[in-house]
Design a protein around this ligand. Structure first.
Ligand SMILES: Cc1ncc(COP(=O)(O)O)c(C=O)c1O
Length: 404
């Protein structure tokens, strides 16, 4: 047995008998950037953070106090894995308002949709299974699924959703088990699937055994345009929606949900038991109290108005300060704008310059499984003031004009 006690950190990393699973998970470059951007002097468009100025603080304090004051021992006892039933009923009611019938029994409360993604990976993926991802896609999902050692296959994301030709070819040629999709205001691109593409995707998938995971943490944040139906509506037996309170109330509460058929739910419950028994019952009660004591619609309208304005200010600044050849998405909601620069630009190099000028963003190649996309970047607009958005985009524009 090797002596670990006096070994250097590098030797320890080499000597410990880590699993193939953990070696397989890519490090989050994003978290590294976020460490850098904690400095208050840096204007950060890097994180995917909701704006903490808009957290409903007074209402959360009130909900917390009410729950604690009236708490009985059950509030601090072990609880059921599926989650707090009144909260699951509230989620079910929210779906019903959108014309989707999901009974509370088919809703599992999780610690973040991040845990939902991980549990789905755990119950579905065997090493070597084929998993379809959008290109580019959410890094947290790539990380979660990587632990289960699948073969990733990607299809390009276009302005109105996934490339249908590629999707059809991939589905025909491979036994795709899961298709992970973020159809509303995608992270990282801000792109949403059009109605036509949703219908076309559903009709392609219908001929296969692939299950579509519809990760939708941003769907409630639509500033403009019409609501578009969930895949649960157009591909009912074959889709699993994930929802989240993170972007609309507060992410630190870590409460989200998976909606799935009974058979899948049974497996998810076993997987969650093996993982953490259940989500924190106190916070579930606090969120539920918040939801019944407040008008969610008016809270949502308030934050959507503010985020919509921040998006407009960022787009105006991009039009004014970035070189004319730059292409960018104009999301109808969510938190991100995706920038595509001419081929010769390298956004990882540009980031180094930008940090010197006290501005940060995420280089786009972080979101590509094949590390392509060197000329792309993700900009977050939700977490900066109007002044910082104007200032930061002006600085970035200046760098882009002069770097090559
Ligand atoms: C697409 C997507 N899915 C899931 C998550 C995780 O969110 P949470 O675990 O807070 O619900 C995020 C967070 O940024 C995200 O962008």
């Amino acid at each position: 047995m090797k002596n670990y006690v006096n070994a250097s950190p590098e030797e320890k990393t080499q000597n410990y008998l880590f699993s193939e699973r953990i070696k397989n998970i890519p490090k989050s470059f994003l978290r590294e950037i976020l460490k850098l951007t904690n400095e208050p002097s840096i204007i950060s468009f890097a994180g995917g953070l909701p704006n903490s100025d808009y957290f409903p603080m007074k209402e959360l304090h009130e909900a917390g106090a009410k729950v604690l004051q009236s708490a009985n021992p059950d509030t601090f006892q072990y609880s059921i894995t599926e989650g707090y039933l009144p909260l699951r009923k509230w989620v079910s009611g929210r779906y019903l308002q959108k014309g989707i019938d999901i009974p509370p029994e088919e809703i599992l409360i999780t610690n973040g949709s991040q845990q939902g993604i991980d549990l789905l990976g755990k119950i579905f993926i065997n090493p070597g299974d084929y998993i379809l991802m959008e290109k580019p896609s959410y890094l947290g999902a790539i990380q979660s699924f990587s632990a289960y050692q699948p073969n990733f296959i990607t299809a390009d994301l276009e302005e109105d959703g996934i490339n249908l030709q590629q999707l059809e070819n991939i589905i025909q040629k491979n036994k795709i088990k899961l298709f992970y999709s973020i159809p509303d205001f995608q992270n990282p691109t801000g792109i949403s699937y059009s109605l036509e593409k949703r219908i076309a995707v559903a009709s392609i998938l219908k001929n296969s055994n692939a299950v579509l995971i519809e990760d939708n943490p941003y769907g409630e944040l639509r500033f403009t345009g019409d609501y578009l139906p969930s895949f649960k509506k157009i591909l009912p037996g074959q889709s699993i929606p994930l929802g989240s309170f993170s972007k609309v109330i507060a992410p630190g509460l870590r409460l989200e949900w998976i909606a799935s058929d009974k058979e899948i739910m049974e497996k998810l419950v076993i997987a969650k038991q093996a993982c953490d028994l259940h989500s924190n019952i106190l916070t579930q009660k606090i969120i539920y109290q918040f939801l019944i004591d407040n008008d969610m619609e008016s809270h949502l309208n308030k934050i959507k108005k503010k985020y919509g304005h921040q998006r407009d200010v960022m787009i105006e600044a991009i039009q004014k300060y970035f070189p004319k050849e730059v292409r960018f998405t104009k999301p109808e909601g969510g938190m991100f704008i995706w920038i595509t620069l001419p081929k010769e630009y390298n956004t990882s190099e540009i980031l180094n310059r930008a940090i010197q000028e006290q501005v940060a963003f995420v280089p786009g190649n972080t979101f590509y499984l094949d590390h392509s996309g060197a000329n792309t970047m993700r900009l977050n607009f939700s977490n900066s003031s109007m002044e910082k958005i104007k200032d930061g985009i002006k600085k970035l524009g200046n760098i882009l004009h002069h770097i090559y």
